[in-house]
Design a protein around this ligand. Structure first.
Ligand SMILES: [Zn+2]
Length: 402
């Protein structure tokens, strides 16, 4: 049981750490890369928005063209409706005309028959029966051809009226033909109107779809831009945090080092050469003032220089020339901060003008131990170490011991 519980706890722990890993970039450079990718995505979505807008504009131009076509077509349809209406008026007039022509024809026929009847009742009776037996008008006319007594006038009039009827009939038929043609044209126009309207509806649907797509893409752009901004912010914060952590670590390390140094020096042992003494400031071999006679660098300074001055910047570590016991470590007038080490056998070393002292009287030091730092305390014209060797209580040339 306990084993199982432990395993599941471990699993939970792994999952949690995994989640942290996936939800947050592990370094500033990764966060920066993620931010760049997010920015790229947002820009792609923006480009897509522009494309969609262009497509929509195109579709709207097409829609306007279709609407203009439809307008023109509707005008045509109205025109043809007017024309059909006028044609129907014409046909109706022609119908009246035809009726009148048939009436005229019939009147002529009737009056003609009366005249013929009268004529034959008063003489030529033998033809009356023939005439009245006629099957129809043309039969009658054929028969009348043989009747010389019928007046030319009547015959001409009848022919004329008959011709008028024929003409009017033909005219009406022509008008009806025209009307039919117009109606066919009207049907065609209406069919065209239908297809134009459906095209227009399709175009409107397309525009509607594009509008929706534009809206949803705009939403997407917004989200991606927000994500890109968040990623950029996160990357910036991460970079700042990393820089701050680095800086803090450096500061802490420096502080630690300083603290250690201020308490007891760096603790390091630096020995150079194999003389009796190691150089107290290795690397700083330039001598700004020799042991022995010199012109006084300051008013009241000795012209008989008891030590050797090594020029070095303030803070340069000073190492014990040899092992021994510190007999003095304090401020001492013109010597400034001074350390004195007794090495036994009548030999002592003096270190003057120090900025820092890391040892105190009674401290046992090793050869090359970090005991202080170069400075310019006391009578001094600039940072340097005054290194002095005493043998049997008398200053001797330090260079003979290095
Ligand atoms: Zn000096």
């Amino acid at each position: 049981m306990r084993g199982k519980k432990l395993v599941s706890l471990l699993l939970v722990g792994m999952l949690c750490s995994g989640m942290v890993f996936t939800s947050e970039a592990s370094s500033a450079s990764e966060a920066k890369k993620e931010a760049e990718e997010a920015k790229e995505k947002a820009e792609e979505a923006k480009e897509k928005s522009e494309e969609l807008e262009e497509q929509k504009e195109q579709a709207e131009t097409e829609k306007q063209a279709l609407a203009a076509q439809l307008d023109a077509l509707l005008t045509e349809i109205t025109d043809i409706e007017d024309k059909i209406f006028n044609k129907q008026e014409e046909i109706s007039l022609k119908e009246d005309e035809l009726i009148q022509a048939r009436v005229d024809e019939n009147d002529q026929y009737e009056s003609m028959k009366k005249r013929i009847k009268y004529m034959y009742e008063n003489g030529n009776g033998q033809f009356v029966e023939i005439l009245f037996e006629a099957k129809d008008l043309s039969d009658f006319l054929n028969k009348t051809e043989y009747i010389s007594s019928i007046s030319d006038y009547d015959r001409d009039m009848l022919k004329k009226y008959q011709q008028i009827v024929k003409d009017v009939e033909a005219q009406e038929a022509a008008l009806q033909q025209e009307q039919e043609e117009m109606e066919a044209m009207q049907d065609e126009l209406i069919a065209k109107q239908g297809s134009l309207e459906s095209l227009l509806a399709t175009k409107e649907l397309e525009i509607g779809g594009l509008k929706e797509e534009i809206d949803s893409n705009a939403e997407r752009v917004k989200k991606l831009e927000a994500a890109a901004k968040a990623a950029a912010d996160a990357a910036r914060k991460k970079a700042e945090a990393e820089a701050a952590a680095k800086e803090a670590a450096a500061r802490e390390a420096a502080a630690k080092k300083n603290a250690a140094v201020s308490e007891a020096g760096s603790g390091e042992i630096v020995v150079s050469g194999n003389g009796t003494f190691t150089h107290p400031c290795p690397g700083y071999t330039r001598i700004s003032s020799q042991f022995g006679y010199r012109t006084a660098p300051l008013r009241g300074a000795s012209t008989n220089h008891k030590g050797t001055d090594f020029a070095a910047p303030t803070g340069t570590p000073i190492y014990a020339a040899a092992g021994g016991t510190v007999t003095s470590a304090r401020y001492s007038g013109s010597a400034g901060n001074m350390i004195v080490i007794n090495h036994g056998g009548g030999l002592q070393t003096y270190y003057m003008h120090c900025s820092r002292i890391f040892v105190s009287a009674g401290t046992k030091v090793a050869k090359g131990q970090h005991i202080g730092a170069v400075g310019t305390t006391g009578n001094s014209t600039g940072p340097h170490l005054h290194f002095q060797v005493m043998s049997g209580g008398v200053p001797v040339n330090a260079m003979n011991y290095l």
